[in-house]
Write a protein of this length. Structure first.
Length: 229
């Protein structure tokens, strides 16, 4: 359990720092981090890991952090920047799939045949995982951005916790179904995988709420200092 907590806090902290750097320097930092998180999540998803009683893709925590970034981009910059980050992750995923496929069919020296076979086996699901990610990602992330701003309008800009948690919980439920079905149909039992994935993501969503408020506070302080000069 300690390892899971540390992994979650480390992942969310890295995503949070990218937002702070973006507010201090340029929005390119969180947008670039979005692409990094997407590609890393798809590589890690080749391995199933145990999170408590649930068996889930290894990239689940890394991918969950992308919702933190899009929510904060929408809160601090606007819908346009949030959508830009979504597309950055999309293009990064396409590049990953292309490179993994090319290397999997690229001949290797005879003395590295075993190592090459192990590499191909380890990343065998990556193209399928990327396909699942691309389909679910574009639908779910755009839904998340839309819900976040819809809730912001309905609450007149109040209750940040509601739009952060509400938009993420709804969109991640859809993502758990789409991603798990496309990536693991015929390979893993789907229902336990979907339920486990969603349960873990709900936990991450609750944990990331203090990060959202903390980043907004830091962003406001940075803005106040900028106005003083």
């Amino acid at each position: 359990m300690l390892l899971i907590l540390l992994w979650t806090l480390l992942t969310l902290s890295i995503a949070t720092v990218s937002i702070v750097l973006g507010k201090r320097y340029t929005v390119a930092y969180p947008i670039a981090m979005m692409a990094v998180l997407m590609t890393v999540a798809q590589i890690l998803a080749n391995k199933l890991v145990l999170v408590g009683p649930f068996a889930v893709p290894g990239g689940i925590l890394v991918f969950s952090a992308t919702f933190l970034i899009t929510d904060l981009l929408g809160e601090l910059w606007g819908k346009r920047e949030a959508h830009t980050a979504v597309w950055a992750g999309f293009y990064g995923s396409i590049f990953l799939a292309a490179m993994v496929w090319m290397l999997s069919v690229w001949p290797s020296p005879e003395y590295t045949v075993e190592g090459a076979a192990a590499w191909n086996t380890a990343l065998a699901l990556t193209p399928r995982i990327v396909l699942a990610s691309l389909v679910s990602y574009l639908i779910v992330q755009h839904l998340d951005v839309w819900l976040f701003h819809a809730l912001k309008r309905l609450t007149h800009g109040r209750h940040l916790w509601l739009r952060n948690n509400g938009s993420t919980m709804v969109s991640q439920a859809l993502d758990a179904v789409l991603f798990s079905t496309i990536a693991f149909y015929g390979i893993q039992p789907l229902l336990p995988l979907i339920l486990g994935t969603y349960a873990v993501r709900l936990g991450v969503t609750v944990i990331d709420t203090p990060f959202v408020y903390g980043v907004r506070h830091v962003a406001q302080r940075i803005r106040q200092k900028e106005l003083q000069y």
